[in-house]
Design a protein around this ligand. Structure first.
Ligand code: DX5
Ligand code: ZN
Length: 233
């Protein structure tokens, strides 16, 4: 199984962003940036100017997670400055198809995020429009929150759905199933068992002394979790 690990710089030292990005560049696949506007979530982080600087200086593709109340207005701009992936929240967008298509047209992968209380079913028809389906495993807004176990059921549903889309539509482009929030060495294997293959981790990567080693450890645990499913199948 291919696994993507995306360290969240929300847990990094914001005065040393370039160094914090470099610390995971050899081990991670993406660099997760939480853009928060203090409206969609009760927290305020960074915006386009910081992302633009990171695009120029970080070696990893940027994985932009828009925790903003008007993603239809802002998302295409992040793709235009060179983000690798831009994810919008289902609860915030008024025009998901238009915005997801605008992200792709601007050259980035498009992602759709579902907060913990948001059901998957109303969005099933949108999977053709996305490269990443993000199942939030905490309420968006802050790092270091406790993993919400009940969200794993939605990850399992999403895995079944994605496998069916692949089987019946002949889709060739990857469709990543991402989890974000409370992902650490003890929860990541359960996420992988449930079917996730893309993992955002903030505090589990940046709280310790060696972010690169933390990414390697997370990847090893995710691979074990995915293998245990393969062994049962
Ligand atoms: C929460 C953010 C996460 C956050 C995860 O709203 O979307 O990306 O950084 O942090 P941890 O991994 O510490 O839960
Ligand atoms: Zn995030």
């Amino acid at each position: 199984m291919n696994t993507r690990i995306s360290p969240s710089i929300l847990a990094a030292d914001f005065t040393r962003l370039a160094e914090e990005a470099a610390a995971v560049a050899d081990d991670a696949d993406l660099l997760h940036v939480d853009v928060m506007d203090n409206h969609f979530v009760p927290n305020l982080t960074v915006g386009l100017p910081v992302v633009e600087s990171l695009v120029k200086n970080a070696r990893l593709p940027l994985d932009i997670h828009l925790g903003v109340s008007d993603p239809d207005r802002w998302a295409p701009g992040y793709a235009e400055v060179g983000a690798g992936s831009v994810t919008i929240h289902a609860e915030a967008t008024q025009a998901p198809v238009r915005t997801l298509r605008a992200i792709r047209a601007a050259g980035a992968q498009a992602g759709l995020a579902l907060s913990p209380a948001t059901p998957l079913q109303p969005y099933e028809g949108l999977l053709d429009e996305v490269d990443t389906l993000l199942i939030m495993t905490v309420e968006p807004g802050f790092g270091s929150q406790k993993f919400l176990d009940f969200t794993l059921e939605k990850v399992r549903q999403a895995r079944t759905l994605i496998d069916n889309v692949r089987r019946f539509s002949g889709r060739e482009v990857p469709l990543w199933l991402q989890v974000d929030g409370g992902v650490n060495e003890s929860t990541i294997a359960r996420c992988a068992e449930a079917g996730a293959d893309s993992f955002v981790a903030g505090s589990a990567v940046y709280a310790g002394a060696d972010p690169g080693a933390a990414v390697r450890a997370l990847r090893a645990r995710a691979t074990e979790g995915a293998r245990s499913v393969g062994a049962r199948a």
